[in-house]
Design a protein around this ligand. Structure first.
Ligand code: AMP
Ligand code: MN
Ligand code: MN
Length: 330
C-alpha cells in the first residue's frame, strides 16, 4: 500500500497540518551534504508555509552544491536563530546527526518536532513521525502535506519538489519509482514544470572537468566476489589532477551499477583521513544494514557512510560486510 491510499499516513499528514496551522512559527531544514531532495523539499515547504501565512524560516548555514543552487535562489535563508518559533519540520533526514548543529539546538526549544522522511534507517526522532519507506522521495511526502494545508500549488513550489523527485528516483529509473512517484510528477508538471528544462539544468550542464574526472574513475572499476560486486574509486589524486571540487561529484556510482550480473555497486571517495562510501543494491542485498553498522544509513537499495582509514582498508571492510551479508542469503 503506497502513501496515496495508506490511512495511517493520511491521518498523520492531517495531524501535521493541524499542528502547523496552530504554531507561532516554524523552522524548516534538512540534512547536511545536501542533495536535490533535501534542498527541494525544504525550499518547497518553506514557500508553502509562507503562502499559507504561517510564519516560517528556512534554516541553512552550510554550502549548497553549485549544480543545485538554482533550486534555492530567491529564497530568504535564515542563519541566526529566529525570535518566534515553536515548531520544526525536519525533511529527508534519517537522524539528528545528519542536521546542522545550530538547527539541532533549535529543536530543543520546539513544542513539536515534525519528522518527514523516507529512509529505512530513520530513528523516529520527531514528536510526530511521518516516515514512509515506500515514498521515493521526501518531496513526494512534502507535496501531500502542502495539499493538505490547502496551499495552491504554484510553479515556485512545484519546481523544487520536481527536482527532489527526479534526483531521488534517478529520473524515474530506480527501484523506488512507483505509481505514486509518477502521480506526483503529473501534479507538478500540471502547474508548469518542464521536465526537459530541468533535465538539461541537472544532467546536461556538466563542467568538462567533471567528465574528465569520470573518465579517470571509470578506469578504476573492478569486479569483486566473483563478479557480484563492482567497485569504483575517486581518489584524492584524481580530484587533484582534475582540479575538481569533490562536493560537485555526483552520479559516478551509476556506471558501476550498470555492470551486468552484479548485485551491489560500491563507490569509494577518498577524503582527508576517511572514505565516503556509497552503496547501491540491484537485488535483495539490504545495503542499509551495512551503512548503519558503520555509522551511516539510507535505504535498502541505496545507502552510504563515512569510514575512517585509507581507501584499501575501507574497501576490505566493505567487502567483508558484503561477503557476510550475502553469504547469509544463500
Ligand atoms: P549517497 O550514497 O551519498 O548518494 O547516499 C545514499 C543514501 O544514503 C541517501 O539516501 C543518503 O541520505 C543516505 N546516506 C548517505 N550517507 C549517509 C550517512 N553518512 N549517514 C546517513 N545516511 C546516509
Ligand atoms: Mn537526501
Ligand atoms: Mn530523499
Amino acid at each position: 500500500v503506497d502513501g496515496v491510499s495508506n490511512i495511517r499516513y493520511r491521518e498523520t499528514v492531517k495531524e501535521i497540518a493541524e499542528r502547523l496551522l496552530n504554531s507561532s512559527g516554524v523552522i524548516v531544514s534538512s540534512h547536511i551534504e545536501p542533495d536535490g531532495d533535501s534542498i527541494g523539499c525544504m525550499v518547497a515547504m518553506w514557500r508553502a508555509l509562507r503562502a499559507k501565512g504561517i510564519n516560517s524560516y528556512l534554516i541553512w548555514e552550510g554550502e549548497i552544491p553549485n549544480r543545485l543552487k538554482f533550486v534555492i535562489e530567491n529564497c530568504e535563508i535564515t542563519k541566526e536563530e529566529p525570535r518566534d518559533y515553536d515548531t520544526a519540520i525536519v525533511l529527508d533526514s534519517g537522524d539528528l546527526n545528519r542536521l546542522q548543529p545550530a538547527f539541532r539546538n533549535m529543536l530543543k526549544n520546539c513544542r513539536v518536532v515534525i519528522n518527514i522522511d523516507h529512509h529505512k534507517s530513520n530513528s523516529m526522532f520527531g514528536d510526530i513521525n511521518l516516515v514512509d519507506v515506500e515514498s521515493s522521495s521526501a518531496a513526494e511526502m512534502a507535496l501531500d502535506l502542502i495539499e493538505e494545508l490547502g496551499v495552491e500549488l504554484s510553479f515556485d513550489i512545484a519546481l523544487p519538489l520536481y527536482v527532489g523527485l527526479i534526483t531521488d528516483t534517478g529520473n524515474f529509473s530506480y527501484a523506488n519509482t512507483n505509481r505514486k512517484s509518477h502521480l506526483t510528477a503529473i501534479r507538478l508538471i500540471s502547474v508548469g514544470v518542464d521536465p526537459y528544462i530541468i533535465h538539461k539544468v541537472l544532467n546536461e550542464n556538466k563542467d568538462i572537468k567533471f567528465i574528465l574526472l569520470l573518465g579517470d574513475a571509470l578506469k578504476s572499476i573492478k569486479l569483486k566476489m566473483g563478479g557480484k560486486i563492482a567497485v569504483i574509486r575517486i581518489t584524492s589524486k584524481m580530484l587533484d589532477d582534475n582540479k575538481f571540487d569533490p562536493r560537485e561529484v555526483n552520479g559516478f556510482i551509476e556506471y558501476a551499477r550498470a555492470v551486468k550480473g552484479i548485485d551491489v555497486a560500491v563507490l569509494l571517495r577518498e577524503e582527508d583521513n576517511k572514505v565516503k562510501v556509497s552503496m547501491r543494491s540491484k537485488g535483495k542485498v539490504d545495503v542499509n544494514k551495512i551503512a548503519m553498522a558503520l555509522g551511516g544509513g539510507g535505504h535498502e537499495k541505496a545507502a552510504g557512510c563515512e569510514v575512517e582509514g585509507d581507501i584499501d582498508s575501507v574497501e576490505r571492510t566493505i567487502l567483508n560486510h558484503l561477503e557476510e551479508l550475502m553469504g547469509s542469503y544463500k
